[in-house]
Design a protein around this ligand. Structure first.
Ligand SMILES: [Zn+2]
Length: 62
């Protein structure tokens, strides 16, 4: 069965499926996640970054 993608004017969060508020999309048109999921991800990334030494981060970034 073909998957039909409907554009109803709202982008949905690819993590939880919640609709991303239009105001958020205006502020960040490339947003693919709702505020809650995006914040959660950034928080985890920040925690990982803090746990690593600058040398480790340099290796990951190449
Ligand atoms: Zn979400």
């Amino acid at each position: 069965m073909a998957k039909v993608i409907r554009f109803t004017g709202g982008q949905r969060c690819k993590d939880c499926g919640d609709q991303i508020p239009p105001a958020r999309l205006r502020a960040s048109p490339s947003a693919r996640k709702c505020v809650a999921c995006q914040t959660d991800r950034e928080q985890r990334a920040a925690n990982i970054a803090r746990a690593m030494s600058p040398n480790d981060i340099a290796i990951i970034k190449g």
